[in-house]
Design a protein around this ligand. Structure first.
Ligand code: CU
Length: 247
């Protein structure tokens, strides 16, 4: 993965009796794992008003709760984008060849938060029998705004500069929102429903890691990854104070 050392990413699969297949990574990098949690009482998720498009109402017969604050009963936070912010120096990493899937499903962007490398393909689909438009608003790459009226239509897009985060919206449905982290390295992850995240194959080093949430802001931590080791970091978020009037 690292161009300079030409280390292979191909994981060697080793069969171990009784245990099935174990992937022994030839890269032998380390790992960054952890969990995003919330301190305090999470705000209630409100039902979204989809009345503007009868197709969306039909696709969500039970209604749909807003997805800005995905915090479960254990106060674990989903959709936190975690990435190495600093510490990789001038190492260069090959763009991942696998496209990142991004969909419009039941009148919501799916996933809401994702990451790509610079110039990596974002494969954007529309599963709905209604018009969506995918409108990205990067500050450092060229924005795109593409109407997608046909179900199962797929388009491919790329961002040319790193940016935390690129906001994506649909101009037809104001409730639709998504965020894409664009990085010049592959060391990022998004927390799952259990708040957990894992960044694999990290070269040994000391790093600043940032955790970003669309409403709860950012947190930073410093950690060291050793060859084959696992560094753990947890991020605790709380509601941000309201912005001062006129500020
Ligand atoms: Cu839409």
């Amino acid at each position: 993965m690292r161009k300079s050392k030409k280390r292979t990413l191909c994981a060697a699969l080793v069969t171990v009796f009784g245990l099935g297949l174990i992937a022994a990574d030839a890269d032998a990098g380390g790992k960054i794992t952890g969990k995003a949690t919330f301190e305090g009482t999470p705000p209630a998720r409100r039902k979204m008003a989809m009345d503007a498009d009868p197709v969306c109402v039909k696709l969500n017969p039970e209604g749909r709760l807003g997805e800005v604050m995905m915090i479960n009963e254990a106060k674990e936070v989903q959709n936190v984008f975690v990435y190495i912010k600093d510490g990789l120096g001038d190492q260069e990493f090959e763009t991942l060849s696998e496209p990142v899937q991004f969909g419009q499903v039941n009148c919501m962007f799916t996933p809401r938060v994702t990451g790509v490398m610079v110039r990596q393909t974002l494969e954007i689909g529309n599963s709905d029998p209604t018009l969506h438009n995918i409108h990205s608003m990067p500050r450092r790459s060229r924005p795109f705004n593409f109407a997608m009226p046909i179900p199962d239509q797929v388009i491919k897009k790329r961002f040319t500069s790193k940016e935390i985060m690129v906001r994506v919206k649909c101009d037809v449905h104001p409730w639709m929102a998504a965020y894409v982290g664009v990085l010049d390295h592959p060391f990022f992850a998004v927390s799952g429903a259990d708040g957990k995240f894992a960044i694999e194959n990290v070269p040994p080093g000391t790093y600043t890691v940032e955790a970003w949430h669309e409403r709860l802001g950012t947190k930073e931590a410093s950690l060291t990854v050793t060859e084959g080791g696992a560094a753990t970091v947890d991020f605790s978020f709380a509601l941000l104070p309201p912005k001062p009037e006129g500020g």
